[in-house]
Structure formats: C-alpha cells, structure tokens
Design a binder for this molecule. Sequence first.
Ligand code: GLV
Ligand code: MN
Ligand code: MN
Length: 409
Amino acid sequence: MSELRINPERLWDSLMRMAEIGATEKGGCCRLALSDEDKAGRDLFVAWAREAGCDVSIDAMGNIFARRPGRKKSALPIATGSHLDTQPTGGRFDGAYGVLAGLEVVRALNDAEIETKAPLEIVVWTNEEGTRFPFGGSSVFVGQASLQAAYAAQDVDGLNFAEELDRIGYRGQLPCGGRPLDAYFEAHIEQGPVLEATGETIGVVTGARGQARFDITITGMEAHAGTTPMPARKDALVSAAELIRAFNHLGLAHAPSGVCTVGRIACSPNARNTIPGRVDFTIDLRHPERRELDEMILEIRALCRAETERTGVIVELRRVDYEEPVEFDPTCIATVRDAAEAAGHGSQEIFSGAGHDACYLARLLPVGMLFIPCKDGLSHNELESATPEDCAAGTEVLLRTLLKQAKRA
Ligand code: GLV
Ligand code: MN
Ligand code: MN
C-alpha cells in the first residue's frame, strides 16, 4: 500500500480533456443531460474505462457501469462515481471529478497490478443536475422516481427524455435498479466555503439537506397594454414578481439552514405591449430538517393562496421532487475519515447543502462521500475551480476508502 499511488498528472489531464467537451468561453462547461456534449463525454469515459480493462454496461436510464473484476466471485461490487452532465453555465469539476477520480483509482490499481477481492464499479449517473429534465438516473435506480415518469419528461423545447436518450445511443439493455452493490462512495468538490475557510483538504460528508422542487404556473389574463386600466388587470408577471420576492424572504427567515431559490422563469406571450397572461417558474427549497422543510412548503402554499385571493390570478403548484434529508452510513463515514488520516490529509465533517447521486443511493445502500475544496466555494458557475493538488488528495483518499471496503467483501 505504501508504494501504491494515484497519478496526479494523469488525473488532471483527464479532467481537463473532459472539460474540453462543452467548454464555455469563461472556462466552464455546458454538457446538458442527453445533449450531443453529454454523449461525447460519455463516449470518452466509456473508451477510457474499456482501455482500463473495465466491462461496460448501460441500463434503461442510461446509467453507465464500468466494472473492474475482483477475485472473489461472490463479492458484490463496491461502486463509486458521480455524473458527467452539467448546469448550462456549469464548471469543470461538479460531477466529472467524482467519475474521473474513480477512473484514476482503477488505473492506479492496474499500474500496481493489484486485484481487489470485491469488484469495483465506476458509475456515471444520468442527469444528476436535473436542469434539463426533472428525474435523474440515481433517483430511478433506487425507485424514488419511476422509469415511465422519467421517460415521459420534456425539456423546455418540448424534446422528450426517452427520445433524447435513444438519440444519443445510451438507452441500455439492463433494467434500471435491482443491481446488487455492496456500498457506494462518491468524491465531489465541496461547492461551498467550509474547507477553504478551515484549511482542511478533505470533507468527510455525514449527510445532506432535504430538498423539495416545484413547478409553478400563474395564469392571469392577456390584455392590451395601452387600453386596460391598471386596476382591472390580472398580470401574471406582476404576481410572479410579488411571489418571488416573498419566497426570497421566506428563505431568509429560515436561514442559514433553509434556502429557497427561483432559478428559471418563462413569461407568455413575452410581448412588449401585451399584459402577461402566464408565467411558469421553478422553486428549489432545502433544509437539513424534515419538519422545517415541510414548514417551508406550507408557507409557500399559503403565499400562493394569498396571491390568488389578492389579485384573482390562478396559481398552480406542482411538486416535482421531494427528498428527505439524508444521513450517510456511520461505517462508511468512518472509512472515509480513516482513509483521509492514513493518506496524511486533514479532514473535517461536513453536512452537504448540495444534492448528490449519493443521497439517492443512501436510501438503498451504505453510502459515504468525500469533498475537496473549491475556489471561493463557488459552483454552478463557469469559474468553478479546484487545484490539481486537492483533486489528487481526494482521489488518494477515495483509493484507500475503496480498498478498505473491498477487503471487507
Ligand atoms: C445538484 O447539483 C444540486 O442542485 O444540489
Ligand atoms: Mn454534482
Ligand atoms: Mn451540480
């Protein structure tokens, strides 16, 4: 073990090559789920995984499983991974880091000619970001969302998930779910400011905030902008503005644990001289405690009802997703912590504000996660950045974590 090392330059080179796919002008990435760029990123990963001797299989949601065999036939695989899709103005590390850290672990084991007892599997989960389509591959894998609902979803241009999955050639033969795995470990950038502030290299993740996502439609009345008296209007955009402001106050009232975000909005007919008749927008609510999250949802509903009573617009609220707060497995947490110590890296516990594939997997399996710092805690931003040293440190810890788990098989 003492001479078993990951290759930091190879890891960094792979991260930077992946980042060329969907590269944006400001140095970030746009690889929306099931886009041509997502396909190119997947193809590159699959080629690398096959070169590294992995068996690659794909399930009905397009989740990719790259297996490095182990020596004990009956042992369940230890899984690691993350996602390759990004936000529209995403960074180079969110998701890709966890996938390529897993790949570097496999490459390092190959270099050292080490055969683990349990097989290792690198998993690329489909559509983690949930930005183009609502349901992700890890959510369907654990039975939280149905395959039918995922297939039926449409993006803002009316393109269908199942057709897009076919178009990029990633609707696999395997059923989604029911795949036996021993445990799942995910490496990720922190996407927040804690590690940078404390100067520790490794975040040992203990769990993640609960989250609720809604689509909201406000229906008012389209009318002439010049002739309709102000008091007679039912302006959907004005109601949306009132509600968005109120939702922001709601988030502030639940801070620092609670957060509330309106991230997408569409106004119809979006014409300069027609009073807007319809506005669609999204709400993303998060809180580490279920009771508080549910309270925030009740407050959102009450604000919507009050807006209808006040103005006569119709406000429809549709729940898209609800995830309870999650706590990771104590043994997996300890394995990550011990691995950080053994690798000589300072660590501290962190409760994640962001959602991850690991959070879904934790409903089914023992799960652990590790974070590395990112510059200014910035993520979901093209300027997202992490150092080669921290990327290597997290991958060393992942290697030790997976080896420890594989020995238990
Ligand atoms: C995932 O990117 C999230 O929104 O937490
Ligand atoms: Mn991510
Ligand atoms: Mn993300």
